[in-house]
Structure formats: structure tokens, C-alpha cells
Design a protein around this ligand. Sequence first.
Ligand code: BGC
Length: 744
Amino acid sequence: MRIVSVLLLALSLICLSRPLEAADPGVEKRIDELLAQMTLEEKLGQMSQASLGGQLTEERQAEIRKGRWGSFLNAGPVEVKREAQRIAVEESRLGIPLIFGRDVIHGYRTVFPIPLGQSASWDPELVERAARIAAKEAAAMGIHWTFAPMIDITRDPRWGRVAETWGEDPYLASAFAASMVRGFQGDSLARRDTIAACAKHYVGYGAAEAGKDYNTTWIPEPLLRNVFLPPYDAAVKAGVASVMSAFSDLNGIPASGNAFTLRRILRDEFGFQGFVVSDWDSVVEMIQHGYAADEADAAAKGLSAGVDMEMVSTSFYDHVKELLAAGRVKQEWIDEAVRRILRVKFALGLFENPYPDTSLQASMLSEEHLAVARRLAAESVVLLKNEEHLLPLPASIGSIAVIGPLADSPRDQLGCWTMDGRPEDAVTPLAALREKLGEDRVHYAAGLATSRTTDETGIPAAVEAARRSDAVILFLGEEQALSGEARSRAFLDLPGAQEKLVAEVAEAGKPMIAVIMAGRPLTFQNVSRRVEAVMYAWHPGTMGGPAIADLLFGDAVPSGKLTITFPRTVGQVPIYYAHKNTGRPPSPDSLGIPMGTPVDPKGYTSKYLDVDFTPEYPFGYGLSYTTFSYANLRLSAENIPVGGRLTASVDVTNTGDWPGVEIVQLYTRDLVASLTRPVKELKGFRRVRLAPGETKTVSFTLTTDDLRFYDSKGRHIVEPGRFHLWIGPSSAEGLKAEFTVTGR
Ligand code: BGC
């Protein structure tokens, strides 16, 4: 029985990993033949990746000729890559092609919103299309492999790399992990317009203590399996070609030397057939971590753990020979690593087509690409507040004031990790609003030159612009350089003099809208209480300006919902919806207790004295110009046996005046388990388009497999017992039902 299920699992993995064609006997045979001819140096060369830059020096050319490198990242113009490839293919002994990697994180020339923004669309299909476009543009420039998707879960907005994530939830991140892998890799890696994806940073990097980049992580195994690993499982099932091992120390063993996560879980349990690349220098950083004595020791630990290719540092190439002689590493590990790398090179068709199809360049920034960027940017914006239906503004409005450091800052709106996006391609909100209304009706004064500046000399001009206008749109937030790698913040407030700017502009007494562009959740109560409307636009990419203008004037209707909890203050971090209940959960009666009350009269419960325990905005929250109501939640059964299924349905009605899209969310709670479970867990979502007055029945089918969790022994189980189920507009609201999972 056991053998049968193992066989079935293996078969299903092979089918699901389709783009890698891992089981292709023809390819495996060609790899065998190559391995039989390769010297140890050539094998170690395949396992090495260097940063190439814009120049192909004589030295590099000689290295490529002798098979010193299997891969380059950050390689300059397409001609440089082509020449390097020519040398590899025509002048190296075995003619093995190079694989060129690059960080194509949220677009190539056409830049889409940062991933955290994309996730707020709850639209994996559109995200897949965006990744297809990024793949095509990148492939046109000779790139074979992107270091994306980044699928770390984080619950800490201080961490600058939160911008690159899909937010706090493993179910949602898994959906996006799979869709982005499908987008980059298409239905065949061999197509000239697809590129290999890389799921990163394996694993747990997003749990960096105190939100400080590269910091230590402590993640007990059940948490690792229930929260941090599912997106990787999803990426592997979608056929991801590579995985990047993280910088971070996981439970005392750095991720790039962690055999438990790399060999046992990734290869043996998930059945991953591609290769593992270390993050930049992360193999030798194990010395700094205090896990390896020197570079040779680091190489032994990285290789034995299951790193196949070393990024930038050269410990494999420099030391594996001596380690092999000393019996510290095994020849089979080396052969296995080379096999995995060659398998991806074969899958990409590089042996047959080593050079890029530059005709694809014609599609760069095409109308179609920009239209998808505009739509995804619009879908990613989250409307957080809209008092008295101030938005959308009427097209007949006399004039508007456009104020703030992010109104006309093309570089900033592109966001972090845009190596190939160009500011000159970006359309800013100012440009888009001028286009929409005409120059005369837009009174622009930045007020502050950058998001961080404390130079207030521009503020009076901004106040003056507000006085002359019928409404004020404030473009606030964080500049590009404040999020991304090594960009952690200890404060989440709007930086610089932005609060001062808003306070002074408010004196003009005009209706005000704040559009916040940032790489993370910020805390901005001092601004939201002064303005009638708030839109959270993240860093929205090349077409961010037109998308925002469309939303402000009702040419598009907001539908985005948060995929990360917004705290009231940084002191609440980490704050996330899928928390445990504790033995003393706070009750809603404890909200609004006057500050400074020494002990909450409602008792000794889990909360703060100086701020409410609830977030500023919960996970899943977002408004529209219309309103939706939920009614008639029903379950197909109240009891389901283990292995059974259940359908939950609800009627959703558009009760307002605008057509709109509602993101309907399904959550469950396992009330009693052998390992305590979160108070809510997302188990499904749907984007539902509704005309005014229209009602649709939305149904979800849940199997008891969807209710499984990993217990303390690593078993993936569902335990009989009671469950709550909610369907609603956010993690904080919804209609509720109950069902029971019975024994078989
Ligand atoms: C980052 C990775 C990135 C790599 C290559 C590292 O510093 O952590 O996410 O892919 O650099 O640029």
C-alpha cells in the first residue's frame, strides 16, 4: 500500500513538474554522456555563477573557454551575453551553454506594481499574464532565468523586503507562487519567450527577527511546514526550475547549509527536480554566521546540504577538489548538482538555441504590455477610506491641486528591484492627471522635494495651490530607496515632513484625498484623520499614474484588498490575522480604553494598555465605490467524514450604484486540535464582478484535505472535530457557519 502511494506521488510529481521534463529519458541520457566526459573542474565550473557586468574582459573570455563558469548574473547588454555564449558554445571543450540569470522581479522594461501590490489584486491570472510579459521582454535581451518569484511569508512591515512578498498568508502566497511560475515558464521552457523561474529565499527569510534584514530566524517545524513551506510546495508543483537558498540562519543552521530543508524537504518530500542556487555569497557567509570555520568548510557544508550552484563566492570551485580527496564530500553530490543544472539548460533548449530571439524586442513596452501594467496597477490599489463618497471625483470638477513628493517621481513609483525599468518610461500621476483634465485645471506644487526631506520651504506654495483648487490630491509615502533589500525601518510613519505638509495644506479647507505610494504598510493616522479619502497604491510601476487617475475619476473602480495587516503602530508588530487565540483572548469590550489606564477594567487579557489590540486595517480589507452585501450562507452538509467534501455558498449582492468587483473570502477555524490552530485561516477566494443590483451565488468546495495541518511529528493530518467557517469581505467580517469532521 505504502509503495503504491509513493509511486503515485512520484508519478504525480513528474506530471506536475512538466516544464522541467525531468523524466525525459533522452535528456537524462545526454546528461549521462556529458557527465562521463567532464573533468572535475568543468563540473565545478557548471556549479559556479559570477556577476559579469557590462564588459567581457580577456580574462573572462579565457575563463569561459575553459569552462570555469556555468552561469552569469547581472550580465550587461545583449551583445555581451551573446559573445560570452558564443565562446562557451563554440570555443569551450564541451560546448555547454551558459545560463544567464537576472532579477526580473516585477517586470523587465514594463514594470508592474511591486509584488506586495500585485497580491492586493487577488488576481493570480492577471499576475500570470504580467509574468509572461516580463519573461518575453527579458528573453528578448538574452536572459534565461529570473530570480523570482520571491515567496517568503512575512508578518513584519519593518522588513524592507516585504515589498517583494505576497504578504502574510501562505494560501494566497501559494496561489501567486504557482501563477508567477506558470507565467515565467509558460507551457514549455523550450519556447524562446519563456524563462526559468526561481523560488526564493528558501526558507524562512521573512521571519527575520525584528524585521531586520538578514537577521536570525527561529521557526519551529510545525510553523515552518504550515506557514513558510506551502508556497514552495506550490512552486515545485507548478514546475519551478530553480530554488534559491536564503541568507538567514534557520534554527541555528544557515539556510544555505541546511540539509533538512534542502535535501529532506525540498528534494525528498516535495520531489523538486530543478537546481538550488545559493543567494549571493550565502555559502561563505556561513563563516560569519559561526557555522563554518573557513571557505573549505563552508563549501563542504553547502554542497552536502544540497546547494547545486554557488552564487558569486567561489568556495566550491576553490575547495571541492581537496574536500573530495579528503573524503569530506562525495562525487555523487557533485554529479547530482551538475545533472540538475544541465537538466534546466536542456529544458530551456539552450543546447539547440543558445542565442536569444532578438525579434522579441519589438514587444518591449508594447501597447498590450502597458495595458496589462495599467490594469494590474489599478487592481492593486486598495481604497482604505472614502467619507461621504468623495471619490470618485466628477470629471466636471473645476480644478485640483496635486501635491506631495510622489506626485511626479517616476523612479520612486517603479519601486525596488527595477534593474531594467526606466524612469523615462513611467507615467506619473501628475502627467496622467494633466492628460485627463488639461494643464490648466491641475495646480501642482510638490511641497516637499522627496519623501524624506525635512526642508519645508516648498510647503507655502502647496498651501497656495490647495487654496486655488476644488479638491486636493496628496501623493505621499516612501521613496523607492526605503524598501527592498537591506532597507529595514524601525519606524513605520510617513518619513520627513509629510505630516506637517498635510497639516498645513488642510488649513486651506478643501476636500482632501491621500494617495499613498509605499513599499510596505505604513502608519499614517495623523494623515487619515485629516483627509476624506485614502488610497493605498504601493509602488505601482510604469503605468501607475494612469491607473491612479482612472480610479480617482471613476474610469476604474477600486477592488484591491490588503494581503498584509496594517498595524496602528509599529509596537503592535508582528500583527497578523491568522494568530492563535491564547488562553486570555481580549474581547471587543476592551476596545477604546482610555490611554494610561493602569489595568484594563475588563480584566487580564492579551492586549495593550496604550493602543487597541485590533489592527488599523485587517487582512483582506478594501473598499469599492459600490457596496456589497452577503446573505444566505449555507453548507451542503453539517457533518463530513474524513476524505469527504463540503460546498459552502453565499449570495453576494452589489447594493450600490457602481459596477464593481468584490473579492469574496472563505476562512475556517479548527476549534480543537492536537496542536492549537489559528483563529482564522484563508481557504479560498473569488473575484466576483457585479453590476449594480445584481446578485450572484458564490460557492466554494472544501475537502477535508484543505483542512489538514502539520502536527508536531511532521504528519499532515486532519483531526475529526468542529470547525467554524466564514465567508465575507475581509478577515474581520463575514457570515459564519459551523460543521463537523467526523471519523471515517
Ligand atoms: C538577493 C537576491 C537576489 C540576488 C541576486 C541578493 O542580494 O537577496 O534576492 O536574487 O542578490 O541579485
